[in-house]
Write a protein that binds this ligand. Structure first.
Ligand code: UDP
Length: 381
């Protein structure tokens, strides 16, 4: 009855579903949650404010094909996303850039330091903090120490429960020291929000006559991934299966749980125009939460007098009911455990793993859409 089954309806699953349906396949999407959109899911809160239920998601890309594809399903509220860090009450542009340098050291001294930095790394370059710390030049190392202490150390301890040295350098490398005066968090060509939100965008993507979406549908209730083949309602399913969920859960976590960091999102509404006057403030030296997001400044929503914010409190995912695995903890040991689970699918040539959870990776939205477009291109019949 179906040519392909897709498990999960986030950015990964929705993109593959659409492309396979457009190629003529009949597609079944099984979504465990009562709604589509994965962690990009957004909705109006009790005050009519568009919030991101699973944390702030800012779209950004340089990939023309990704932007073109998504633009088939949405208009955009495009803007240059900016973040500041609250460092002992002072607001500093993040990533740490030449404007931040001037704020911290004063114009005069910053001028000299800027020249030293640019001579070493080149104007406009992006230097990971862990690289900067290795510099042989004492003045550069002093800057690195400042940035490490005031931007990375405490935030990373909160977010990961580990120091920047202990986590994969790819993670802190996402927010490099930037040798320019560009205050934007990302330097990508396109950045912003789907105009009517992510949920609306993914709803349109999935609205195709050859796509059937079942929400509140846990694939484990109707499917089995045996060594000899995939079973759907007890009968072998020979079409393609794209799994975008947590891989350990597919096998009852028999080798133990894959480690993740989770977040507790605490929302608060205020009956006033604005709480912090900007979208995101990172708390890099104080507080137990990592950042505060004020949604109306992300979404561009204007038809509201009040405002809703969210504070993010990280914690170690245990798999307890209600907890959500957000960030894979990337290290050799965990990758090894992941591989053990992946090996169990090796004999199943029609099963594909796709997305943050299923691949145990730290993907941005555009990267996963790109990967989903590619996968759909290679597997469609
Ligand atoms: N980070 C930090 N201080 C900041 C911003 C980021 O220490 O002000 C580090 C931290 O380890 C974080 C990582 O850089 O987990 C990646 O940050 P990003 O903003 O990309 O995280 P995401 O938005 O994906 O949670």
């Amino acid at each position: 009855m179906y040519d392909s089954i897709i498990i999960g309806s986030g950015a990964a699953g929705s993109t593959v579903a659409r492309k396979l349906a457009e190629a003529g396949e009949k597609v079944l999407v099984l979504e465990k949650r009562p709604h589509i959109g994965g962690n990009c899911y957004d909705r109006l809160d009790a005050y009519g404010i568009l919030i991101h239920e699973y944390g702030p998601h800012i779209f950004h890309t340089n990939e023309e094909d990704v932007f073109r594809f998504l633009s088939e399903f949405t208009d955009w509220h495009l803007f240059g996303h900016e973040v500041v860090a609250n460092v002992h009450g002072e607001l500093l542009p993040i990533p740490f850039n030449l404007n931040t340098l001037a704020k911290v050291y004063g114009q005069e001294q910053a001028k000299e330091l800027e020249q030293i930095l640019i001579a070493e790394y080149g104007a406009g370059s992006r230097v990971p903090i862990m690289e900067l710390k290795k510099s042989a030049e004492p003045k550069i190392r002093a800057i690195a120490d400042y940035v490490y202490e005031n931007v990375f150390l405490h935030y990373t301890m909160k977010q990961w429960g580990q120091t920047p040295e202990e986590i994969d350098p790819e993670v802190t490398g996402r927010v490099p020291v930037l040798l320019s005066r560009d205050n934007r968090y990302f330097q990508d060509k396109y950045q912003g929000m789907p105009k009517d939100g992510y949920t609306a965008m993914f709803e349109r993507m999935l609205a195709h006559p050859r796509i059937t979406v079942k929400t509140s549908a846990d694939c484990r209730d109707c499917m089995e991934f045996a060594e000899t083949g995939v079973l759907l309602e007890g009968t072998e399913f020979t079409g393609n299966v794209i799994y975008t969920g947590a891989l350990d859960e597919l096998f009852g976590c028999v080798y133990g749980r894959l480690p993740y960091r989770s977040l507790d999102f605490r929302l608060e509404h205020f009956d006033k125009e604005s709480f912090q006057g900007r979208s995101v403030v990172n708390y890099t030296v104080s507080e137990e939460f990592t950042r505060i997001t004020e949604f109306k400044f992300l979404t561009g929503q204007q038809d509201t007098d009040g405002t809703t914010i969210v504070r993010e409190y990280p914690f170690a995912y245990t798999g307890a009911k209600g907890e959500i695995p957000y960030y894979a903890i990337l290290n050799d040991k965990n990758r090894g455990l992941y591989q053990k689970y992946a090996d169990r699918l090796q004999s199943l040539k029609n099963v594909y793993l796709l997305g943050r959870l299923a691949e145990y990776k730290y993907y941005n939205i555009d990267a996963i859409v790109k990967k989903a477009l590619q996968l759909a291109g290679t597997i469609r019949r």
